[in-house]
Design a protein around this ligand. Sequence first.
Ligand code: HEC
Ligand code: HEC
Ligand SMILES: [Ca+2]
Ligand SMILES: [Ca+2]
Ligand SMILES: [Ca+2]
Length: 427
Amino acid sequence: MRASFRFAAVASAALLLTLTPAFSQETPSGGSPREATPREFTPRARVSAAAKSLKGVSMGRPSQPGNPLVGITVEEFELFRIGLDDFLEVEDAAEGLGPAFNGLGCAQCHATPAIGGISPVAEVRTGHVDENGHFTVLGGDTLFHLFSLPNQECQPQIPPEANVIARRIPIPLFGAGLIEAIADEAIRVREDPNDQNGDGISGRAGIILDVATGAQRVGRFGWKAQHATLLAFGADAYRNEMGITNDLFRNEVGAGIDPEVLKLCDPASDPEDRRDPLTGLRGIDAFEAFMKFLAPLDRGPIDGTVVRGETLFTATGCASCHVPMMVTAQSRNPVFDRREVHLFSDLLLHDIATGDGIPQGDALANEIRTPALWGLRHRRPFLHDGSAATPEQALLRHGNEAQQAADNYRNLPPADKSALLAFLNSL
Ligand code: HEC
Ligand code: HEC
Ligand SMILES: [Ca+2]
Ligand SMILES: [Ca+2]
Ligand SMILES: [Ca+2]
């Protein structure tokens, strides 16, 4: 992170709060925004003024996509804002970008409907599977980068032995801090790996080693539930998406690139993510803060049809995996303390016959972690590879563990089908 950029960033706090509708238009119901007088025109005063009015947003008014969680402290808001700046930053080779990379900054792929969301970018994973189903990683990793620095001497090349090529689209980050705050046990109580209750569903937790803490944890982030914490995921993304090595992922990677050649393409010494002299934060700390305090998206309008659709969602069996609500663990931070999280996911791994053939973390080749459905109306396409254009196309692809639920949907009368879809479109 560049110090010069940081100075600009601090100065731009006031600008951000003045110009971004999300931060300026919403005011406590009935009241008018407390305008900062010219004498109060320091970033600090503006931040606290805005933080106060943001709290007002909670009073029954919908918040804008991209807002921080309601009720965070002024200090937390400051961290969120610094994190947002780093999340928006565009990196270059001098800062460690590459040699091979998928993007220049987090926000390139996490951008709509607000920063933290998604984009239609799809990444490539590849490998070889033999006739016995045994998977072999080719070229050091399954992730093959899309781009490389000029003059492209480190452009990854998919090896001829590859017979699995999978694509994955981004996952929105709204509400990620609440998902992080759910206890491992709260996820594990729904495990039923051998389907002992005979409902055809055999979800299991993805148990991974969290590089941030060294602990065995229940993964809940990523299509393969490959990470448990936002610090670890952000650090993984910084190295794997952008090629910026950091305290948690210290070595350059470039699948399909000769390690000797990789060295020649990489002038910057590792780790490349340094502490910011002004804030004392590493890039990975800033990303963590931004994602942790990013609020979930609000529900759309709820009418009689939507309410009926939600009943059908449960009745057809969708809610067995897309669990409507989980509760966060006890926390000393009131924002995360025993909060309802309306995510519509069990965060478990399932095989619903859409798998991408890539084993990763604890997930088998064809297991995918149930995606949260909150904020669904704000995004498309659907499924891990973006191969479904509509929620209905996505659900009609459900097989194996979700076969029964999909068949139940197929057997609904047309009016019920549209009610269920109306419900999905209200998320
Ligand atoms: C080139 C596009 C791209 C860039 C750049 C990118 N991401 Fe992502 N992000 C993705 C994709 C694709 C996934 C799903 C990956 C998977 O599970 O295999 C994802 C998933 C995530 C998740 C998991 C969310 C969840 O709820 O499961 C987090 C957290 C995340 N990204 C953070 C970041 C951060 C922080 C950065 C910047 C350091 C970043 N991403 C940069 C494409 C990108
Ligand atoms: C056995 C668990 C299970 C059941 C039951 C289930 N789903 Fe899913 N659902 C998943 C998994 C896993 C995925 C991700 C598949 C992928 O990306 O390849 C998914 C994906 C989706 C998606 C796409 C979400 C996105 O972000 O791309 C929608 C929409 C969806 N399911 C709706 C439904 C509906 C509606 C029902 C009931 C008819 C249902 N699901 C039943 C596990 C389940
Ligand atoms: Ca690098
Ligand atoms: Ca079961
Ligand atoms: Ca380097």
